[in-house]
Design a protein around this ligand. Structure first.
Ligand SMILES: [Zn+2]
Length: 375
């Protein structure tokens, strides 16, 4: 949720704080509609005052979402998990944490902390309202704020990812079954079911000529999309569980010695089972020293091939394309995606070359694994 569109506002307790531009739309809408409501309910207010109070309400709504996210963040930090960012977007907020809690108990507390903060704020406002006699317009705002915090708590308890209710359910199923992926699987079903209900609850009035529940359709669609991708992601993750990069290294990785002549390189390539255009270059100690592409031969006259060595024409390898053999396959996928690569060069911790791992062979491996799991 920290894509390029989000605007960085600053930091809160050391956590980078972002706002999605869609939030300004919400702020404008709240200011306008609530300002108009106040102007109607309190005709004695001076012109302009209702809009200012509307804006204040919008900003308090904003602060309520932030307080909710800080609830999650506080518990995560207490568990030793750094919080990467807090982002406000159309459907509320997201606190993005560095890694998932390692136990279902910890995951449960991180997830429930947000709704607990919202309900606590609601309770405090109700108590405050019943003891302090505020001027009527301020009392109205304070009441709206109590309702907003209550709604925030309830909305976020819908059991679909990425909402808190989804994460809470996931943690509970994880605790019962001992398997976090099982938790995501169950949450993926409930998320889709609630998403479908939300869409129906908006669609039926719409078909009867009432467009006031369009928001429900949007939320439902959001829930279904996320439930599906969470389910897919869990399948991939459970397929990858326990696998490391070396498990997916190609048997016929293209490797050539830096000492070999270009003539040897051409012969090696002709005899090599794979149709590789790029070969990895190793020194006498099998350490990775560079890479060489077939294209390099085009610029070198054939009569020089016997005397020129691969080491003289190879190129350095970008560090972003290298991964260590004992890294998890999940890490390999993340690296492939992040840098838009189709393969990675695999080395041991001492720098010696293992071979290439291709995106396609990882996908095949996951496919085999998930067939075995679902059988
Ligand atoms: Zn939350």
């Amino acid at each position: 949720m920290t894509g390029n569109n989000n605007i960085r506002i600053g930091t809160l307790f050391g956590i980078p704080f972002f706002v999605n531009p869609s939030w300004f739309l919400i702020l404008g809408l709240v200011t306008w509609t609530y300002g108009n409501d106040l102007a109607q309910d309190f005709p004695t207010l001076l012109p302009g005052v209702p809009l200012v109070l509307g804006l204040v309400t919008g900003l308090l709504l904003f602060s309520s979402v932030v307080a909710h996210e800080l609830g999650h963040s506080w518990v995560a930090i207490k568990q030793g998990i750094p919080v990467r960012s807090i982002t406000l977007f159309l459907f509320g907020g997201v606190a993005s944490i560095e890694k998932e809690p390692t136990t279902p108990g910890n995951a449960f507390w991180v997830s429930i902390a947000g709704p607990l903060v919202s309900f606590l704020l609601c309770g405090l406002l109700v108590v405050f309202n019943s003891f302090i006699a505020l001027p009527a317009p301020l009392m109205a705002i304070s009441t709206v704020l109590a309702v907003i915090n209550f709604s925030l708590g309830v909305f976020n308890l819908i059991p679909g990812l990425p909402l808190d209710g989804g994460n809470i359910l996931k943690a509970i199923v994880w605790k019962i079954t001992g398997n976090p992926y099982q938790g995501v699987k169950v949450t993926s079903w409930t998320g889709q079911a609630f998403g479908a209900l939300a869409i129906l609850s908006g669609l039926i009035p719409l078909l009867n000529g009432n467009p006031n529940r369009l928001w429900n359709i949007l939320v439902g669609w959001f829930l279904i999309q996320n439930a599906r991708s969470a389910g897919q992601f869990a399948r991939v993750q459970s397929g990858l569980d326990g696998l490391v990069v070396i498990d997916a290294v190609s048997d016929n990785s293209p490797i050539v010695s830096a000492d070999a002549s270009l003539r040897d390189f051409v012969d090696l390539r002709t005899l090599h089972p794979g149709n590789w255009r790029k070969f990895l270059v190793v020194d006498a100690a099998s350490k990775l020293v560079g890479e060489v592409t077939v294209d390099v031969l085009q610029n070198i006259p054939g009569e020089l091939w016997a005397s020129k060595k691969v080491g003289a024409v190879m190129e350095p390898i970008k560090p972003t394309t290298i991964i260590e053999a004992d890294s998890s396959l999940m890490a390999a996928i993340e690296q492939l995606e992040k840098h838009q690569l189709s393969e990675l060069t695999v080395i041991q911790a001492d720098g010696s070359l293992v071979g290439l791992v291709e995106k396609m062979s990882i996908i095949d491996l996951i496919r085999q694994r998930s067939n075995v799991i679902s059988a």
